[in-house]
Design a protein around this ligand. Structure first.
Ligand code: TYM
Length: 328
């Protein structure tokens, strides 16, 4: 049997370079490998765990789907849909929430981060976020999950829940592992932490044009171009990481050598990088235009995907209910 893969992105608007390099490139690699059966969704139920705008939820969901398609996700090869269209995700999430403690959830780094960001929005949905994520993956018995490194603590929760369900009820859930790409941790343009939608000016969107990219890169904090040692954080590090991801490792090495000797000219580095990013994004943006002009096709892909995913989801729920002793 083919190995099943599941992953997704919250419906918080457009994808940025971190999402693309850390996750979507992995989605593509596995989609194009015939040994895997791939399911990729937009996690719109996860989007409501932080403050959201009801006027924009559907639009944000469609925007992520269009970015997926523009990057090369293919409905002939992958199931592509939106989480909220398959109610079994929340069903399984409720069941799983009986298998894990409140304290375990409260100690997760992502929960602490979100509380700090939105102190007035510490909801049950936020606390339950990783449980819903475990349900997303295990509903399809997926064993491989292409994600960035920030999601590792959540995968640990999914493995814990899988083990419990297998031991207590004789389920055969796999213990899902992450699948990483070269860009599994894309740093923020501000030089602190990772590139993130929730930190303005930290990211470049897949839909940004050359001028926008230039402006965003011009704001990356740098120094006088020289030093005794290379840092593994800060703006200069972020530029060098992006240089390697979008141009090559040799070029990065050259800049590193210059940093330790004659000095780097950041205007030149930033200009090379802006062009390289823009030319990588150009074909994605062209492809996206097609889907922007054909919204009915996007909706059909989402609906077809939900139907296919729903079939698998129903089987798992039936099995879980039987094994747990619910009435038939
Ligand atoms: P989200 O929406 O925050 O991000 C989507 C994907 O992008 C990756 N990512 C990054 N990778 C490298 N560098 C970065 N700076 C960067 N920023 C984001 C994330 O690791 C992720 O893979 N909890 C998930 C959504 C989710 C999910 C799931 C994922 C819900 N259910 C089931 C996999 C399986 C999230 O918030 O991703």
């Amino acid at each position: 049997m083919n190995k099943r893969v599941f992953s997704g992105t919250r419906a918080t608007g457009r994808l940025h370079l971190g999402n693309y390099l850390g996750a979507v490139k992995g989605y593509l690699e596995l989609q194009n490998d015939p040994d895997y059966e791939t399911i990729y969704m937009v996690m719109d139920l996860h989007a409501i765990t932080t403050p959201f705008d009801k006027e924009k939820l559907a639009e944000n969901t469609r925007n992520v789907i269009m970015d997926y398609l523009a990057c090369g996700l293919d409905p002939e090869k992958s199931i592509i849909s939106a989480q909220s269209l398959i109610p079994e995700h929340t069903y399984l999430s409720h069941i799983f929430s009986s298998e894990i403690s409140v304290a375990r959830m409260q100690h997760l780094p992502t929960f602490k981060e979100k509380i700090a960001q939105h102190p007035d929005n510490v909801t049950m949905a936020l606390l339950n976020y990783p449980v819903l994520m475990a349900a997303d993956i295990l509903l399809y018995k997926a064993s491989l999950v292409p994600v960035g490194v920030d999601q590792e603590p959540h995968l640990e929760v999914a493995r814990e829940i899988a083990r419990k369900m297998n031991q207590k009820y004789g389920m055969d859930f796999p213990e899902p592992k992450s699948f990483s790409t070269k860009g599994k941790y894309v740093p923020s343009l501000l030089g602190e932490g990772k590139m993130s939608k929730s930190v303005s000016k930290s990211f470049i969107n897949l839909t940004d044009d050359l001028d926008t990219i230039r402006v965003k890169l011009s704001l990356v904090p740098t120094d006088n171009g020289k030093g005794n040692e290379l840092s593994t954080k800060g703006g200069v590090f972020a530029l060098l990481e992006l240089y390697e991801l979008f141009i090559d490792r040799e070029g990065r090495k050259d800049y590193e050598d210059k940093y330790l000797s004659t000095g780097i000219k950041y205007s030149e580095l930033k200009d090379n990088l802006a062009r390289a990013i823009a030319s990588r994004l150009e074909p994605i943006q062209k492809e996206r235009k097609y889907y922007e002009d054909h919204p009915e096709e996007v909706d059909r892909i989402i609906k077809d995907g939900a139907q296919k995913a729903g079939k698998i989801a129903k089987e798992t729920i039936k099995e879980v209910k039987e094994k747990m002793g619910f009435i038939a």
